[in-house]
Design a protein around this ligand. Structure first.
Ligand code: GDP
Ligand code: PGA
Ligand code: MN
Length: 610
C-alpha cells in the first residue's frame, strides 16, 4: 500500500535515521493522518499546541496570574485511569508473561491491532516525539520515539520526559530506540466535528518484550498514553533489567540529610495512589532533618563500580494524584504547581480560573466539576475524580536534589516497600536480610485505589508495588531480585537494607492510627538510625519493629497508644495472612524461587502456625 499523497510532511523530516524514518512512514501509511509533525520540544511548540487544544475545547487556560501557563483538561468520563484488564504482555511464550499478566501471542495481537490502527488517524495530525528516559548524557541514553495523534499527549510528554530536537540530534542515524505507538482511536470523517476528549471504547495497551515495542490504542489517560512512563520505564525496562542485570522499579527516590549532615538516599515502592509522590517531597516535622526529591514514581537501579546499587529517575516531570494534595500535606507539591507550566486533568475549576480538589482546604461556594457541571459544597458527588492528576516539571520542585540529573544516579542505602492496609502490617519493620526483604516485597499487599479502573479498596497482592508493571513472569522477577542480592564481586554487604512500611493502618473507629505525611520523617529517621546501628527494635516474627519509645515522637501530638497500635504485630492478623500468601505463591508453580517458600516456612515457624 502506498501513502496517499495527502499526508502533509511525510517527506520533510529533521533526521536521516533510516530505521526511524522507515517506521514513521510505515505508521503514517497505516494510520493515514492528515499531516505529520516532528516535535522539537520548544516553548513555541508548547504554546502552539496548547492554543490549539484550547480552541478545540480540550483544554481551558487557567488564570495567568494564579496559574501561569497552566491548563485544565477534562477527560471522557470513561477514560480516567490505567486499564489493567486491557493491558497485555505479548511475549512469544505465554509462560514468559506469567500468571499476573494478560497475554496474547505477539503475531495475533499485532494482526488485531493493525486493523484497529488502519486509518485511525484520519482527520488528525500525527506527532512524532523523540524522547529519552533518564539523562541525555548517560553512557547509554535510553531513547524512545512515541507516535501519537493526541496533542495532549505531546504537551504531557514535554513535561514528563526529556524530548524533542536535542534528543533527535543525540540519536544520530544509528541509535537504538523503543518504538511506542499511540492512538486515541477516534478517526474523523470529513466535516465531522471533534469532541474535547477523543478516545475509543476499544482499548489495548500492548507490550512486546522481545522486540521492545509498545502499541497503545483507544485511551488518552496518562498511564495508558504517556508511553515513556509505565509502559517503557517499567514494563519494557523491567525486561531489559532482567536480561542485563539491573532493576526497573516503581519507586520514588529521596535524599535524607540528618542534622549532623550525613546523607542517605532512600528508594520506596508503594502501589499507585499509596504515597510515593508525597513521601518523595516530604517536609520533615523533626528539626534539623532535610528531605530532597530525586524522583516520585520510577527508579532504575544498577550496580556501581563500588558494588553499591545506584538509582536514576528516568522521568523529567511529576504526574501526581491531585486529591489530598494541600499546603498541609504536601506543601512542596503546591509550590511546584504554583510555578505554573502545568496540566491539570479531571480536577475542578474555580470561577476565578484556579483549580480545586478534595482535600485542598475549604471548598469554594461554586466550582465547575470534572464532568463540567456546576458544583457546590452541598453537591453529593466529589468535584474532582479520585484519580485526577497534576502534571508538572520536576525542575520546578523547590527541594529538588541537584543530583537528580546525574547519569550515575545515587547510591541507595535503604529500600522501603509499602502498601495501604487497614490492618496487619505494622507502621514499619526491617527485614532480617535481603532474601527476607524480597519475601516482604513479593508478598506485599495493598487495597486497590482509583489509579486503575476497577473496584477500590480490595486487598490484593502487589509484589514490589509492580503487579501491573512487571513485563515478564513475576516468578522470574522474584528470582531476579534474589540474584541481585548476591551483589557484585562479594560486595553483597553493600546492598540497601529493606524495610516494609504502612502509613494506612486504622483504629477500630476507622481513623488513621498514624498521621502520615511530614510525620513519616520520624520513620525515615528510625530507618537511617538502624543503618547506623543507633536505633533499637524488637525482633518479631515479621522482622525488626520499633517500640513506640524507639521512634522519635518529640512534639507529636498523638496518644502513645495509637503509635503502639500502629506498630503492633498481631498473631491473629498474621495467622489469617498465611493462607493468602500460600495461595499467592502457589500461582507461580516451579517459577517461585524455593528460598521464598523457605521464608514462608520460617515465618510460619516464628508465628507457631502450621
Ligand atoms: P502515589 O500515586 O504513590 O504517588 O501516591 P500519592 O503520594 O500521590 O498519594 C496518594 C494518596 O494518598 C493522596 O490522596 C495522598 O494524600 C494520600 N497519602 C499520601 N501519603 C499519605 C500518608 O502518609 N498518610 C495518609 N493517610 N495518606 C497519604
Ligand atoms: P501513580 O502512576 O498512580 O503510581 O502515580 C500513574 C498511573 O498509575 O497512571
Ligand atoms: Mn505519584
Amino acid at each position: 500500500m502506498t501513502a496517499p499523497a495527502v499526508i502533509a510532511g511525510l517527506d520533510q523530516h529533521p533526521t536521516s535515521h533510516p530505521k526511524l524514518l522507515a517506521w514513521v512512514r510505515q505508521i503514517a501509511e497505516l494510520t493515514t493522518p492528515d499531516s505529520i509533525v516532528w516535535c522539537d520540544g520548544s516553548e513555541d511548540e508548547w504554546t502552539r499546541l496548547t492554543a490549539e487544544l484550547v480552541t478545540a475545547g480540550s483544554l481551558v487556560q487557567l488564570d495567568p496570574v494564579k496559574r501561569p501557563n497552566s491548563f485544565w483538561a477534562r477527560t471522557d468520563p470513561s477514560d480516567v485511569a490505567r486499564v489493567e484488564e486491557r493491558t497485555f504482555i505479548c511475549s512469544v511464550d505465554e509462560a514468559d508473561a506469567g500468571p499476573t499478566n494478560n497475554w496474547m501471542a505477539p503475531a495475533e495481537m499485532k494482526q488485531l491491532m493493525t486493523e484497529l490502527y488502519r486509518g485511525c488517524m484520519r482527520g488528525r495530525t500525527m506527532y512524532v516525539i523523540p524522547f529519552c528516559m533518564g539523562p541525555l548524557d548517560a553512557e547509554n541514553p535510553m531513547f524512545g520515539v512515541e507516535i501519537t495523534d493526541s496533542a495532549y499527549v505531546v504537551a504531557s510528554m514535554r513535561i514528563m520526559t526529556r524530548m524533542g530536537a536535542k534528543v533527535l540530534e543525540a540519536m544520530g542515524e544509528t541509535a537504538d530506540f523503543v518504538p511506542a505507538l499511540h492512538s486515541v482511536g477516534a478517526p474523523l470523517e470529513p466535516g465531522q466535528a471533534d469532541v474535547p476528549w477523543p478516545c475509543s471504547t476499544t482499548k489495548y495497551i500492548s507490550h512486546f518484550p522481545e522486540t521492545r515495542e509498545i502499541w497503545s490504542f483507544g485511551s488518552g489517560y496518562g498511564g495508558n498514553s504517556l508511553l515513556g512512563k509505565k509502559c517503557y520505564s517499567l514494563r519494557i525496562a523491567s525486561v531489559m533489567g532482567r536480561d542485563e542485570g539491573w532493576l526497573a522499579e516503581h519507586m520514588l527516590i529521596l535524599k535524607l540529610t540528618s542534622p549532623a549532615g550525613k546523607v542517605h538516599y532512600i528508594a520506596a515502592a508503594f502501589p499507585s495512589a499509596c504515597g510515593k509522590t508525597n513521601l518523595a517531597m516530604l517536609e520533615p516535622t523533626i528539626p534539623g532533618w532535610k528531605v530532597e526529591t530525586l524522583g516520585d514514581d520510577i527508579a532504575w537501579m544498577r550496580f556501581g563500580p563500588d558494588g553499591r546499587l545506584y538509582a536514576v529517575n528516568p522521568e523529567y516531570g511529576l504526574f501526581g494524584v491531585a486529591p489530598g494534595t494541600d499546603w498541609k500535606t504536601n506543601p512542596n507539591a503546591m509550590r511546584t504547581l504554583a510555578a505554573g507550566n502545568s496540566l491539570f486533568t479531571n480536577v475542578a475549576r474555580t470561577d476565578d480560573g484556579d483549580i480545586w480538589w478534595e482535600g485542598m482546604g475549604e471548598p469554594p461556594a461554586h466550582l465547575t466539576d470534572w464532568h463540567g457541571n456546576d458544583w457546590t459544597p452541598d453537591s453529593e458527588q466529589v468535584s474532582s475524580h479520585p484519580n485526577s492528576r497534576f502534571c508538572t516539571p520536576i525542575t520546578q520542585c523547590p527541594i529538588l536534589a541537584p543530583e537528580y540529573d546525574d547519569p550515575q544516579g545515587v547510591p541507595i542505602s535503604a529500600i522501603l516497600f509499602g502498601g495501604r492496609r487497614k490492618t496487619t502490617i505494622p507502621l514499619v519493620s526491617q527485614a532480617r536480610d535481603w532474601v527476607h526483604g524480597v519475601f516482604q516485597g513479593a508478598t506485599l499487599s495493598s487495597e486497590t485505589t482509583a489509579a486503575a479502573v476497577g473496584q477500590v479498596g480490595v486487598v490484593r497482592r502487589d509484589p514490589m508495588a509492580m503487579l501491573p508493571f512487571i513485563g515478564y513472569n513475576a516468578g522470574d522477577y522474584f528470582r531476579h531480585w534474589i540474584a541481585m542480592g548476591k551483589g557484585v564481586d562479594g560486595n553483597a554487604d553493600k546492598l540497601p537494607a529493606i524495610f516494609y512500611v504502612n502509613w494506612f493502618r486504622r483504629g477500630d473507629d476507622g481513623r488513621f492510627l498514624w498521621p502520615g505525611f511530614g510525620e513519616n520523617s520520624r520513620v525515615l529517621k528510625w530507618v537511617v538510625e538502624r543503618l547506623e546501628g543507633e536505633a533499637a527494635a524488637v525482633e518479631t516474627p515479621v522482622g525488626f519493629v520499633p517500640r513506640a519509645e524507639d521512634l522519635d515522637l518529640t512534639g507529636l501530638d498523638l496518644p502513645t497508644k495509637d503509635v503502639e497500635l500502629a506498630l503492633e504485630v498481631r498473631q491473629d492478623e498474621w495467622t489469617a495472612e498465611i493462607p493468602q500468601i500460600t495461595e499467592w505463591f502457589d500461582k507461580f508453580g516451579d517459577k517461585l524461587p524455593a528460598v521464598l517458600w523457605s521464608e514462608l516456612d520460617a515465618l510460619k515457624a516464628r508465628l507457631n502456625v502450621t
